[in-house]
Design a protein around this ligand. Sequence first.
Ligand code: IMP
Ligand code: MG
Length: 181
Amino acid sequence: MQQLHKDVDRVLFTQEDLAKRVTEMGQQITKDHPGESLLVISVLRGAAIFMADLVRHIDLPLEMDYMAISSYGNGAKSSGVVRILKDLTSSVEGRHVLIAEDILDSGLTLKYLIKNLSSRNPASIEVATLLRKKTLQQAKIDCRYVGFECPDEFIVGYGLDYAERYRNLPYIGVLKPDLYE
Ligand code: IMP
Ligand code: MG
């Protein structure tokens, strides 16, 4: 990873931090849903790595499905424009839905997603987000599971990208600002 490391200003969460916290989240989700089966939905592409690790610590019958939503473009700032690029394969009706999200920033993506999925009559909808950014303006989103709070800086790794790069970093770090400013 030498080629990617040099673009990282500092590491926020190591590979070990992530593994430990994702394990705890999966165990908590298991405890909170006795006798239920889940439809775990991940928002592509950022959340795919988190979801893949998370479901392996959820000891319940579950189905995995994927949606692609765009609120960002290739830049580092939210555009506020949300649209569905790829819809689910499964039906949501009557299901216990768990949305696995990589990071809650402005909250626009999740706000839209929750509204959209609610209109499809699920039995319940909950959110597990790996990261919640400490931003000044964030839509009020009820996240039952939050992995870590993180500073309001642009971060990459463990699924998070800048212009589609750095998703394969095994840790999460702050991108050197001169790379996108
Ligand atoms: P929101 O709609 O502003 O909450 O943005 C959510 C989406 O923006 C996430 O799913 C990420 O894909 C992306 N995002 C937000 N902050 C960052 C960041 O610091 N690094 C990389 N992607 C980010
Ligand atoms: Mg992204």
